[in-house]
Structure formats: C-alpha cells, structure tokens
Design a protein around this ligand. Structure first.
Ligand SMILES: [Zn+2]
Ligand SMILES: [Zn+2]
Ligand SMILES: [Zn+2]
Length: 343
C-alpha cells in the first residue's frame, strides 16, 4: 500500500475514493484481514456468492456533524474529511444484484461507492435492487426521500422493514408519497426475539441470500428496531448498528453473535469521555470498552470477528489512530469504508 494509514487519514475521503477503488491495495488489505479472522475453520467454506461492503461507519449525523464546534468536526471541515452514517451494501457476485442495508442521508455517496466497487452502471431508475431498514432514526432511513420524484424517481424499489415501521412509512408524509407513487414497495418482515421465544421468519431480499431479523432494544419512537443476520453459502454477517446496553438485557449479545462469522456492532461511544458531564452507565448504548471486555476471549481467539460501526463524531476511536491500533490489537477493528466480506 502506497499510503500509510496515518497519511491516508489526512487525505480527504472524497479524493481517496478513486484510490480505494483502483487500488487492490486498500481493499485487498481489509479483505485479507477478514479472511485471516475466519481462518480457524478446519473444512474450507463453500465459495462466497455475495460480497458485503462497508459503505459508511459513523453515527446518524456523520462527520463533520451539524453544529459541532469541537476539534473532531472543526478539523474535518478544514481537511475535507467525510464520514458517512453506518451502511452496508451487498453485491450478488453471480447476478450483480445490489442491496443496501439502511438508506442514510448520504445515500447518493454510498450507492455511488457501491456502484464503483461493483462496476455497476445504466440503472438510473433502480440504483439498488432492494433496501433493508433497521429503524426510523434519521441516519438509517431518511435517504429514502432521494428515491422520490424530486430525485431518482425509482420504480417499486423493494424495501424491507418491520410492520410498525412500514405502517409509519405508509401513513406519514413525505414517505407515504413514495408508497402511493409506487417508487418503493414495502415488504413487512417478522423478526425473532433474542430471548429465543420467537423465531424469525426468514426472507430473501436477493435470490439465494437468506436474512433473519431480530428485535433489539433501542429508543423506539416511530418504529421498533432490528438487527439483521445475512446468511450467504459461505459465511454469516450480523449488522447491529444501534442497540441498548448489553448488560441490561441478558443473553442479547450472545444470541446476536450466535452462528455469526463477522459482526458489525454498535460503537456509538467509546468509554464516556466523549460525553463530559454524563454518566456512561446512563447512556443507552453499549460502550466499546464494555463490548471488548465481554468478548475479550473472542477478540483473542478470532480477531476481526467483531467489528465496530456507527461511531459518534466525538468517539475517539473514530479520530485517534493510535487508539484504533490498540483496539485492533485486542481483536476488534473499527470497520473501514470499502472493506468487504465474502459470504
Ligand atoms: Zn443510529
Ligand atoms: Zn464533532
Ligand atoms: Zn437509532
């Protein structure tokens, strides 16, 4: 790789995207890292049919964050650094179909990156073949508005969400107009519960890609909240960008990680230092230090299996490369935009 990670961080992300895409270097490095993390398997996995790509890793407001005058965002504004909200893309390697997990306010940027990686073009009215939504907080669904008549005017792009979330979209503008004009087609999912009482009803947002949703505790003002497990023929990926504290819900973390090869989990806050005056024990997210403590052995035995996503702009793990190295050394990398997992 030509750029050191430190130099890499200093260069505006927008300028780097062509390098990211052109250079087998960066993506190849990340790819290798994940492959290494899964190496303990004795029997070789079947060939991956899908590729999961990280398209964004910040909390809902991204970085720079509106109104933030701290060094995290002042420096980002100066350097042109951009971190977009947590988002995964999935590419079917056989059919080139594309799926998004979340429709973030930076959907154009993120779909652009997915198209670059997939070599996709000629699809103005169907930029992706489907969208899975976790919950109705702005960083996770507000990008749907770009599918409307003012922008892409898509034709019945399938969207998967819980019944409560679908009802919210159907009955509240401007989302209801997307439904009425058939720019999106809603599909209601039936999540399972992490206490094992209710099994999820599996669905296939892309042919051959089985997905289960699990209800997770979170601030549920307009919708409930889910985490997704994506089952490819080769590997299983968990996406859980927003969740309440692990300690308040016995068995939650274990159930979510069950059978999962690579997990992208909520890393909104590091240890509370980013919230002066607030007690971290009262913050309704699992601090990264607690997740690493609970999974210490897993970090040692299968490094890279749990990867952090949805970092707040103030989170030192988003901005301090020495801290990122330390966390990675414990087996818990911060997700990198552009990294891929074959599943
Ligand atoms: Zn969020
Ligand atoms: Zn900031
Ligand atoms: Zn949320």
């Amino acid at each position: 790789m030509l750029l050191s990670r430190r130099a890499f961080a200093a260069v505006p992300t927008l300028l780097l995207i062509p390098c990211l895409l052109a250079g087998a270097g960066f993506i190849g490095l990340s790819w290798t890292g994940i492959q290494d993390a899964a190496r303990p398997e004795v029997t070789p996995s079947p060939t991956p049919r899908f590729e999961v790509v990280v398209l964004g890793r910040a909390q809902d407001g991204g970085l720079p964050h509106l109104g933030c005058e701290r060094s995290c965002c002042v420096n980002a504004r100066k350097s042109g650094r951009l971190e977009t909200p947590a988002c995964l893309g999935v590419r079917d390697l056989e059919t080139d179909r594309l799926l998004l997990l979340e429709a973030t306010p930076r959907i154009e940027h993120q779909v652009g990156l997915l198209h670059e990686i997939a070599g996709a073009s000629g699809r103005p009215r169907r930029p992706v073949d489907g969208i899975l939504l976790t919950h109705a907080h702005i960083g996770h669904y507000a990008g749907l508005i770009q599918l409307g008549r003012e922008v892409a005017s898509t034709k019945a792009t399938p969207v998967w969400a819980t019944s409560r979330f679908c009802e919210y979209l159907r009955t509240n503008g401007p989302w209801s107009q997307l439904v009425e004009l058939e720019q999106i087609a809603l599909n209601e999912i039936t999540p399972g519960t992490t206490d094992g009482e209710t099994e999820p009803t599996s669905f296939e947002p892309l042919p051959g890609l089985r997905v289960d949703a699990f209800t997770v505790p979170h601030r549920d003002e307009f919708s409930d909240t889910v985490a997704y497990k994506l089952y490819g023929p080769s590997k299983t990926v968990l996406f859980c960008p927003d969740v309440d504290r692990w300690d308040a819900h016995e068995g939650l973390l274990e159930k979510l990680l069950e059978g999962v090869d690579v997990a992208y989990v909520d890393a909104t806050f590091y240890d509370g230092r980013e919230l002066p005056g607030r007690n971290i024990l009262e913050v309704p997210h699992p601090p990264m230090i607690r997740t690493m403590e609970l999974l210490e052995a897993m970090g040692r035995e299968t490094p890279g299996r749990v990867r952090f996503i949805h970092l707040n702009h103030t989170n030192p793990a988003l901005n301090d490369l020495d801290l990122q190295d330390e966390i990675r050394g414990r087996g818990f990398p911060v997700a990198e935009v552009g990294e891929r997992v074959g599943i």
